[in-house]
Design a protein around this ligand. Structure first.
Ligand SMILES: Nc1ncnc2c1ncn2[C@@H]1O[C@H](COP(=O)(O)OP(=O)(O)O)[C@@H](O)[C@H]1O
Ligand SMILES: [Mg+2]
Length: 383
């Protein structure tokens, strides 16, 4: 019987190059994670993969993906994955590589040449669906093919990881934090809740909050993002101001309900843009109505709040602030949030799913165009 050819080192390397680190989302070969590959005459491959940190929560995924990739190579009869841990030196080199030589503690989204659109989602008060809207916009934008990150900056009411089905903690590589990734769509998520043990209340003062937000933005390895969404705490507090200072290019989206009382406080949250010189993208009205089985709409919280906020903000800032959309009350939205499957992916054609996807499409179109982008060109006289 003719024996199978022994697989070449090149073929094994090529196979390993298809394995991505689940958090960093880059090939393990590029990240210096493959320490050694040996193949015996009978086609058994032994590979040593270095984890960034001991007890990395992703080690099973890495082992599985590595085994599967090598097993597909012609002539491989078996795969044996050994796991090791990077030395301090190797970890430092990886961190430097990921930072791309950038100065430490720099916020990538604050650079003038950043291509990431940053939306800060604000509301006047809690419970209006700000987090639900944020996670659904994130998931829907990811479905549109954009690379999306979410910062849960609602330090007192963090809920974003659960709503996106993320339960793993971030991995820390030295002073760099690798955010967990939500499936599907690969949305990167970071939340203050991930740094608080158990369900303890967070009691932080302004300067500490400012530092926490700064850390989120500077120490987290986000990679290249098209869109970053920040779920702000309700109201016009310290964090909204910190975000505006740390990310002067961030733009505000205001979420409100149709109720007049809610609309008035939402206006105040939006009017902060006047002081911070942030651009106001528009208003989203949530819980607009309940669609009854006979097709009629019951306006549980009244009507007109979203439109009223949009008009009033347009007047006060002297520019058009559109009502981006109205999201109805919908059981599937609430269920999706509880199950960690945003309604835009779990029930895309439901009333709320349809409305939210419509809003996300407007944002995606906006982001891709040049509208509002500083082009860095100066007009010249025409002859
Ligand atoms: N359109 C909607 N239909 C049904 N339930 C909703 C809707 N929007 C929000 N909810 C529910 O209302 C509650 C509050 O929403 P949440 O997004 O946490 O608000 P916020 O972040 O503004 O405090 C959650 O339980 C959420 O599932
Ligand atoms: Mg919330």
């Amino acid at each position: 019987m003719e024996s199978m050819p022994v697989p070449s080192t090149e073929a094994l390397q090529a196979a390993l190059a298809t394995v991505n680190d689940p958090e960093i989302r880059k090939p393990i070969t590029e990240l210096g994670m493959v320490e050694a590959v040996d193949v015996s005459d009978d086609g058994r491959v032994r590979v040593t993969v270095l984890l960034t940190v001991a007890g990395c929560p992703m080690k099973d995924t890495i082992t599985r993906d590595t085994t599967a990739a090598l097993a597909r190579v012609d002539g491989v009869t078996g795969v044996d994955v050994q796991l090791g841990v990077m030395s301090d030196e190797q970890r430092g080199a990886l961190r430097d590589q990921l930072r791309g030589g950038a100065a430490e503690r720099e916020i990538p989204f604050a650079r003038p040449d950043s291509l990431t659109t940053v939306y800060a989602v604000a509301s006047g008060k809690g419970g209006v669906g700000k987090s639900s809207v944020t996670v659904n916009l994130a998931a829907a934008l990811a479905e549109e093919g954009l690379r999306v990150g979410v910062v849960d900056a609602d330090i007192y009411g963090f809920s974003v990881p659960r709503m996106l089905g993320v339960s793993l903690p971030p991995t820390q590589v030295d002073d760099m934090i690798l955010p967990p990734v939500a499936e599907p769509g690969g949305v990167k998520v970071i939340s203050i809740g991930m740094f608080v043990p158990g369900n303890q209340p967070v009691v932080w003062r302004g300067p500490m909050l400012h530092r926490a937000v700064q850390q989120f933005l500077a120490d987290v390895y986000w990679g290249d993002l098209d869109v970053l969404l920040l779920d702000l705490p309700p109201g016009t507090g310290d964090i909204a101001i910190s975000v505006a200072q740390l990310l002067p290019g961030s733009e505000l989206i205001v979420v409100t309900t149709p109720q007049q009382a809610a609309a008035e406080v939402a206006e105040r949250a939006g009017a902060i843009a006047l002081q911070t010189h942030q651009r106001l993208v528009g208003v989203i009205e949530n819980m607009s109505w309940l669609e009854l089985p006979d097709g009629t709409r019951q306006e549980i919280f009244g009507s007109g709040g979203g439109q009223a906020v949009a008009e009033s903000l347009s007047r006060s800032i002297g520019a058009d602030v559109p009502l981006l959309g109205q999201v109805p009350l919908d059981v599937s939205l609430r269920e999706g949030g509880d199950r960690g499957r945003p309604v835009v992916t779990s029930a895309p054609d439901s009333p709320a799913g349809t409305a939210l996807r419509g809003i996300a499409r407007q944002l995606a179109r906006r982001g891709r165009g040049l509208a509002g982008r500083k082009l860095g060109i100066t007009p010249t006289a025409r002859v």
